[in-house]
Design a protein. Structure first.
Length: 410
């Protein structure tokens, strides 16, 4: 099959589907290709935390500002793609109280709402919380169901003229005279596509896709484990109030909680070790905040790979790499019609998509405003409809497998 499109988006996670939706709503002919079902990469292999920005407030102000802005947007447009739980940052006796104070001050300076609770008040709010908790800070964290989010974005894109192929792996790019002239897609599509512009939204795989066009994108992927256990008594998400480390996040679902996570460098986002020590340490550390999870029944365990971008960083220092995002225009690398979007977080996917769509509109001389910050996702308040989208686009993943099952609410 031969096809042409104004914009070809490679990668069907939250960011890629956000881009195809944004461009379709602006009236641009756009096509998306994903290799293994929507959100099958990092998006649906995360812990699913809807960040308030508090986790990064004292260390990465820009990233924190992006998170709180998009946290508020998603609460208004995403409906049952998210769950409003709130979150607590937990201080144990071995945790530096100055770090807690600095985090609170940073949150306040950014505009992230906080409320400090003493240990007893925190335990009243969270039954089962450790007796060792000295104080806690409430922040507006929440939960994201990524398979619903990606599928709803894709559905809206197709409703507005876009095309989404959830099983169409990119097999090659042809560059001629400084432009990508052809992209070959396999899988269920088996097509040669002639695009005006190509957007690389493949997360941890961005370096591999860029290499197909002869471009170097320096990714520093890092794996992390998540463990879902049976536990239905947790209300808010829990974060350990210390420098980010292994086993410092607990994310509530309905009858389960997700424990995580680790950060271990990987050279290939498709092939890496899944080490038992990561599971054991994550459970052990999370149980310091919420002891009952140590004995809770394990439901499933999975690893995800963070799409960290580090052109000038020490690749071994994964925890210190910015979680902000970057739009790379490869005209600077000799390929005029090729962009990559790297870094970022699930929470900021829509803002990332808007930044890319703005850049494309400038290149195409299209005068159309972004609508995605105010326009609700289709089916936002209809979980059954959202899960029909999930089934249609084969968008399920382990993060929300307990919530979304075979197109119906679990």
């Amino acid at each position: 099959m031969e096809a042409s499109t104004t914009v070809l988006v490679i990668g069907g996670g939250a960011t890629g589907t956000g881009i195809v939706r944004d461009l379709a709503l602006r009236g641009i002919d756009v096509m998306l290709a994903e290799r293994s079902g929507l959100s099958s990469g990092a998006s649906s292999r995360s812990h699913g935390l809807l960040h308030s920005g508090a986790r990064y407030a004292e260390s990465d102000r820009i990233g924190a500002e992006e998170c709180i802005e998009e946290n508020r947007v998603l609460r208004s447009i995403a409906g049952s793609c998210i769950r409003d739980t709130g979150g607590l940052f937990i201080q144990l006796p071995e945790d530096d109280p100055d770090y807690f104070d600095k985090k609170q001050a940073a949150c306040e300076s950014i505009g992230i709402e906080t409320r400090v609770l003493d240990g007893n008040a925190a335990r009243n709010l969270v039954p089962g919380l450790s007796s060792r908790v000295e104080r806690a800070m409430w922040v507006p964290d929440g939960v994201v169901y990524p398979s619903r989010l990606s599928a709803a974005n894709a559905a809206d894109a197709e409703d507005h003229g876009g095309t989404v192929y959830p099983h169409a792996p990119l097999t090659g790019l042809v560059v001629e005279d400084g432009r990508i002239t052809r992209a070959t897609l396999g899988g269920t599509v088996d097509a040669t596509v002639r695009p005006q512009y190509v957007i690389n939204a493949t997360g941890a795989w961005a370096g591999q896709v860029a290499a197909m066009a002869g471009v170097d994108v320096e990714m520093a992927p890092s794996r992390g484990v998540m463990i879902s256990v049976v536990y239905d008594a947790l209300g808010p998400a829990l974060n350990r109030c210390r420098d980010p480390d292994d086993g410092d996040i607990i994310v509530p679902h309905e009858s389960e909680v997700v424990l995580g996570t680790t950060s271990v460098p990987v050279s290939d986002p498709d092939t890496y070790e899944e080490a038992d020590w990561e599971v054991e340490k994550s459970v052990q550390e999370c149980a310091k905040m919420l002891p009952p999870v140590a004995e809770a029944t394990e439901v499933r365990t999975w690893w995800g790979v963070r799409p960290l971008y580090a052109p000038d960083e020490q690749k071994s220092a994964r925890r210190g790499i910015s979680r902000g995002f970057f739009v790379l225009d490869h005209a600077d690398d000799g390929v005029e019609n090729f962009l990559s979007i790297v870094g970022g977080k699930l929470t900021t996917y829509r803002q990332m998509a808007e930044a890319v769509a703005d850049r494309i509109c400038t290149k195409l001389d299209v005068d159309a405003e972004c609508q995605t910050a105010t326009r609700a996702l289709p089916g936002a308040n209809d979980p059954d409809r959202l899960d029909t989208f999930v089934t249609h686009y084969d968008a399920q993943g382990p993060t929300d497998a307990d919530i979304v099952t075979n197109g119906a609410v679990a």
